[in-house]
Design a protein around this ligand. Structure first.
Ligand code: GLC
Length: 564
C-alpha cells in the first residue's frame, strides 16, 4: 500500500482549470487577463477554509495569438499576448500562486501553431525554405483536391487540408486553416518545441497541459483514415492515421526527459482525446511518458451508474499499478454538467446532478479537475446569435465568471467580472449564481465544493486509498475507499427516485467480470457510519445505519464506516 507521503503533488492535488479570457478582467477591456487572475488567487486558496482550497491551477493559453481559436493558435510560444498582460505579469502570477501553495500548470500547444507564426510564414514562402518541412505539406491527390481523406476536428471546417496558392501544395491542419499542424517527424521541430518547454520551466512552472498531444504522432505516409473513422476507432478495429500513431510514444518519452531535467516534479498532463481506454492507458502505463492523461471516455458517459461503474472499472483493469487517473466532467470544450446531465432541466435536476458529480470527482482514486464555474454549478449560458464567436459552438461554456450579483454595491452589469462590456455575455442567472451569493448560502454548490476539496485534502484515504467498486443496487454508483483501518463508503444515486441501499447485499467487482460478496467483517456492514459529506450539506456528521439506508433522488453520501 502506498503511503500518502509517497504520493506526488500531481496525484494529491485538486486542479482548477482557468480560462483566462473569462475569469477576471482587470483593465476594463471586457477580456479577462493575468492581473485579474492574480486578484482572484485568494479565492482559489488563501490558506483558510473560506477559500476554495485548490492545490493547482491549469491556465488555458495566454500566448501571443491572433485568437482565431482563442489562443490555441499560437503566434509566439514565448510571450504573453498583450490582451492578457506581460511576461512580468506572468511571473508575478506564478510567484503569487506559489506563495499560496498553488502549483501552476500551463497549456502547451505542440500539434499546431498559428498561420501567423513566423515559422509558418517562412514555411509557406517557398518549397525550398529551410522551414518548409516544419509543417506538413503535400501535393494534391491524383484526381486533384486534398492529399487524403483526413478531416478537421471542427466539423464546420471540413477537410484538414488547405491549398496554398504560393506553392500549389496543401498544408495540414487538424483544426482551423489558421492552425497549421507542425511536422513532428522533423527533429528540428521537436527540438524547438522542447525549448519552448524549457523556456517556461526556467520561469518556474510546475507542469503543462499538453493540447491534443496524441496528435503529435501521425502516419508519415499520410495514408487515408478508415472510412468510418470514429466508429472504427472507438471499436479499436482499425487505426486512425492522423493521430495516436506509435511514434507519439517515443516523443512523449523525450518530452518526459525534458521535464526531468528540472527538479520539483514538473508534470505532463495530456489532452489525450481518445475514447478507447485501451489506447489511453498506453500514455500513462509505463510512467515514462505522461504523468496524467485526461480521461475522455469518462466524460462521455451517459448519466447512468452502470455506465460510470463500467468506465472506472475498465480504466482500473487496463492500467498498471503505477498509472494514475485524471478525472474530469467539464472543460472549455464541453457542455456544462447541469446542461449535459439535466435532461432539459439544468436548474433543477441538472444542478442536483452537478452535486452528485462533485462527490464523484472528489472521491475517486485519481486527480480531479474542476473547470472554472463548475464549482458554482453553472449551466451552459445562452448566447444570442449576434454574439456567437467560436467556430465550434463552445461559447455557452466560456462565458465570464459571475463574482457579484449585478447591481450589488456599485458593481456593473458584468457581475464583477469586468468594468467594461464582456467579450461574451454573462449568464442571465448571474445574480443567483454569483460567487458572493453562493458564499453566503450554506447549501450552495460552491460550499459543497469547498467542503469536498477540504475533505479530500485532509483525508489520505480519499487520495491514495484503494478503491473497490461495489454492485448490487440498481441506480447507485457505489465504491469503498480504504486505507489502513479507515473506510469511506461512497453512495451516489444516479436516478431521480429514492433508492434503498442494503449493505449486506452489496458485492465487490473483481478484475474481469466476477463479482463476490464484500469480503469485510459483517460487523462492519451491519454497524454504523458517519456522514463525512453529502450532496445535502445538512447531513454532515450524521450517524447512519449501513444495513438499510435510503438515498434520496439525485443525491449522494460519503460515509466513514465505524471500525468494528
Ligand atoms: C484542444 C483544446 C481546444 C482547441 C483545440 C485545438 O482540444 O482544448 O479548445 O480548440 O485543442 O487547439
Amino acid at each position: 500500500m502506498t503511503s500518502n507521503h509517497s504520493l506526488h503533488w500531481w496525484q494529491r492535488a485538486t486542479v482548477y482549470q482557468i480560462y483566462p479570457r473569462s475569469f477576471q478582467d482587470s483593465d476594463g477591456d471586457g477580456v479577462g487577463d493575468l492581473r485579474g487572475i492574480i486578484r482572484r488567487l485568494d479565492y482559489l486558496n488563501d490558506g483558510t477554509p473560506d477559500s476554495l482550497g485548490v492545490d493547482a491551477i491549469w491556465l488555458c493559453p495566454f500566448y501571443r495569438s491572433p485568437m482565431a481559436d482563442f489562443g490555441y493558435d499560437v503566434a509566439d510560444y514565448r510571450d504573453v499576448d498583450p490582451l492578457f498582460g506581460t511576461l512580468d505579469d506572468f511571473d508575478e502570477l506564478l510567484a503569487g500562486a506559489h506563495e499560496r501553495g498553488i502549483k501552476v500548470i500551463i497549456d502547451w500547444v505542440p500539434n499546431h501553431s498559428s498561420n501567423r507564426h513566423p515559422w509558418f510564414e517562412e514555411s509557406r514562402s517557398s518549397k525550398d525554405n529551410p522551414k518548409r518541412h516544419w509543417y506538413v505539406w503535400a501535393d494534391p491527390s491524383r484526381e486533384g483536391g486534398p492529399p487524403n481523406n483526413w478531416r478537421s476536428a471542427f466539423t464546420r471546417e471540413g477537410a484538414a487540408w488547405t491549398l496554398d496558392e504560393t506553392t500549389g501544395q496543401y498544408y495540414l491542419h487538424s483544426f482551423l486553416a489558421a492552425q497549421p499542424d507542425l511536422n513532428w517527424d522533423n527533429p528540428e521541430v521537436e527540438a524547438a518545441m522542447h525549448d519552448v518547454l524549457r523556456f517556461w520551466l526556467d520561469r518556474g512552472v510546475d507542469g503543462f497541459r499538453m493540447d491534443v498531444v496524441h496528435k503529435i504522432g501521425k502516419d508519415p505516409f499520410l495514408r487515408d483514415n478508415p472510412r468510418d473513422r470514429d466508429e472504427a476507432f472507438i471499436k479499436s478495429t482499425a487505426m486512425r492515421h492522423d493521430e495516436d500513431w506509435p511514434s507519439v510514444h517515443e516523443r512523449l518519452r523525450r518530452i518526459r526527459q525534458v521535464l526531468e531535467e528540472y527538479d520539483g516534479e514538473r508534470a505532463g498532463v495530456g489532452e489525450v482525446y481518445l475514447l478507447n481506454q485501451r489506447r489511453l492507458v498506453e500514455y500513462v502505463n509505463s510512467t515514462r511518458q505522461l504523468h496524467l492523461a485526461h480521461n475522455f471516455a469518462f466524460l462521455h458517459q451517459p448519466w447512468e451508474a452502470g455506465a460510470f461503474h463500467q468506465a472506472i472499472r475498465e480504466f482500473q483493469s487496463l492500467s498498471t499499478p503505477g498509472a494514475w487517473a485524471a478525472w474530469f466532467l467539464e472543460n472549455h470544450d464541453h457542455d456544462r454538467i447541469p446542461t449535459r446531465y439535466g435532461g432539459g432541466d439544468p436548474e433543477g435536476i441538472g444542478r442536483r446532478r452537478a452535486r452528485v458529480a462533485a462527490l464523484l470527482l472528489m472521491t475517486l482514486r485519481g486527480t480531479p479537475f474542476i473547470y472554472q464555474g463548475g464549482e458554482l454549478g453553472l449551466p451552459n449560458s445562452p448566447i444570442p446569435a449576434d454574439r456567437v464567436v467560436d467556430v465550434d459552438g463552445r461559447d455557452p461554456v466560456r462565458t465570464p465568471m459571475p463574482w457579484e450579483p449585478p447591481g450589488a454595491n456599485g458593481v456593473t452589469a458584468a457581475a464583477g467580472f469586468s468594468a467594461g462590456k464582456p467579450w461574451l455575455p454573462l449568464d442571465p442567472r448571474a445574480e443567483e449564481l454569483a460567487v458572493s451569493r453562493q458564499r453566503e448560502d450554506p447549501d450552495s454548490v460552491l460550499n459543497l465544493y469547498r467542503r469536498l476539496i477540504r475533505l479530500r485534502r485532509e483525508e489520505p484515504v480519499l487520495q491514495t486509498g484503494d478503491i473497490l467498486l461495489l454492485e448490487g443496487t440498481e441506480g447507485l454508483l457505489m465504491y469503498l475507499r480504504s486505507l489502513e483501518h479507515r473506510r469511506f463508503l461512497v453512495l451516489l444515486n444516479f436516478t431521480s427516485e429514492e433508492v434503498e441501499f442494503r449493505g449486506h447485499e452489496v458485492h465487490v467487482t473483481g478484475r474481469g467480470h466476477r463479482s463476490m460478496p464484500l469480503g469485510l467483517p459483517t460487523t462492519l456492514w451491519t454497524g454504523t457510519g458517519t456522514v463525512r459529506a453529502a450532496t445535502d450539506l445538512a447531513l454532515d456528521d450524521e450517524v447512519v445505519d449501513t444495513r438499510l439506508l435510503r438515498i434520496g433522488p439525485d443525491a449522494g453520501l460519503i460515509i466513514e464506516l465505524d471500525r468494528s
